[in-house]
Design a protein around this ligand. Structure first.
Ligand code: ADP
Length: 220
């Protein structure tokens, strides 16, 4: 079981880094924020456990900031490629057990992987793709990708399904999909959802692969 609170460092307190650092603090974690810009550090001084002015290109400065005591470091420097790459190398050299890093391009992504970042994220691209999926599929409220084409989709119930029972949708036999449950307001109807008569205000949670999910959506 994962520990609930861990020691984090967020290097680069721009919009992305600040958002992650604030949330991690709100969840009760110990969070060090590092930025080269004094104003960005001052803005976070009362929010984070520690906010430190340091140049992430300098491994000594990072050690002094306490990076060596952290379980996880997020390199959230965006535009300055050199600083982002050096910060990743420094975190690796210091021996941080888990390093997440933000990339701004595909090539940058590959470089960070090669340097040993455990997880590379491209927040704008990832959020952009997510939003495009939802815009393209108007019934889709949200989804989680499980890998290998499998998704859990949270979908609106169209008028064509009003009053139908989940079992009548024949999700398993017709589409190889599985209904995980129905959200009705703040109530989750789980194991007995197959008897549930749907209403347009409900949300249907469906598990399956992309092709089958698309076929189901097209049949509605
Ligand atoms: P965002 O798009 O999330 O706002 P930015 O690239 O604009 O990301 O911001 C990244 C942050 O990283 C800035 O606050 C900047 O001051 C900081 N930063 C840039 N270079 C360094 C460095 N060498 N060491 C520490 N922080 C840095």
């Amino acid at each position: 079981m994962a520990r609930k609170t861990r020691n984090f460092a967020v290097i680069g307190l721009g919009t992305f880094g600040t958002t992650v650092a604030k949330e991690l603090t709100r969840f009760g974690n110990y969070v060090i924020g590092v930025d080269i810009n004094e104003r960005n550090v001052a803005a976070m001084a009362d929010t984070l456990t520690h906010a430190v002015i340091a140049d992430a290109r300098d491994d000594t400065a990072l050690r002094e900031a306490g990076i060596g005591e952290c379980d996880v470091v997020l390199i959230a420097i965006g535009e300055d490629l050199e600083a982002n790459v050096l910060a990743t190398i420094n975190a690796k050299m210091i021996g941080v057990p888990l390093i997440w890093a933000k990339a701004v391009s595909r090539t940058h992504h590959r470089i960070l992987n090669k340097l040993g970042a455990d997880r590379v994220v491209q927040p704008e691209e990832e959020v952009g793709m997510h939003i495009a999926q939802m815009l393209h599929n108007p019934l889709m409220r949200d989804y989680v990708s499980l890998g290998n084409g499998f998704h859990v989709v949270n979908m609106r119930v169209p008028e064509s399904l009003e009053g139908k029972r989940v079992s009548q949708l024949d999700l398993g036999d017709r589409f190889e999909l599985r209904c995980l449950g129905v959200m009705r307001g703040s109530e989750f109807i789980g194991s007995d959802s197959s008897d549930c008569a749907l209403s347009v205000d409900d949300k249907l949670l469906v598990l399956g692969n992309r092709i089958n999910l698309r076929e189901f959506a097209a049949s509605l």
